[in-house]
Design a protein around this ligand. Sequence first.
Ligand code: ZN
Length: 283
Amino acid sequence: MRSWKLGNAFGIGIYVHWTFLLLVGFVAYKDYQAGGTGLFGVVTLGLVFTCVVLHELGHALMARHFGIPTRDITLYPIGGVARLERMSERPLEEFWIAIAGPAVNVAIIALVAVPLFLSVYFFEGNPNAWADLRANRLLVELIGVNAVLVLFNMLPAFPMDGGRVFRALLVPYLGRLRATEIAAMLGTVFAVLFVVAAVVFMNPILILIAIFGRFAGQQELAAVRYAEYHRQMPPFHALPVHGEVLDVVPVSPHADEPAMRMSEPRAWIIWGEGRPLTTYWIE
Ligand SMILES: [Zn+2]
């Protein structure tokens, strides 16, 4: 799908997907409908997505710190995506990479909003500093946008940041597979809640987040399942059949045990609990 390059940051390409234009149109229309010119909505949107890019850069630079490069950062109507070269399998690294995004938004609030408030309050001696600042609509937007980005992303809805943090905390106790299963299950619960919220608040973006979030979550769960079973494979000679393992594939999308396809003779081995359970011979 078509994306346009906005520029580079820290050697990482920043792109915007064409569907983003639909969001610009939607926001301008909403603003216009609410009695505005449409301009303030678009300016706010620019502000939101500047903060989103900084958020994604937080993930990307923390990943780089752990030796994981980022291919690119792309803006979609549902948010930004930093495409990392690979996911860290160390829970502590994943924890820091996930939390680095929302931490950037906390930093923006702390660096921009708090000093401004304090300067008005203390240096100008204005006891109504907060009321005065509220008159500065753009500043309030900046605080609000970043607060929402932190709260929304930190919901324990895998594969969102909070869900990743949640999984990282479970991994040392339950292992990577079980932790991902539980996080993905909670992610599905949140996807349903997002759909309900989308209907209540008449916000189509939430439905898209629910659909794509759930899809990405299930994809990642499948990848972890595959990797874990692969890792559990015993040495080759322990297998009850001869020949070369061609690949390990799930029997069905919902099967807990994948099967191994052998070259000679051709057989399917149902794999479970780290050992072969059943062998099917293919004539
Ligand atoms: Zn994030």
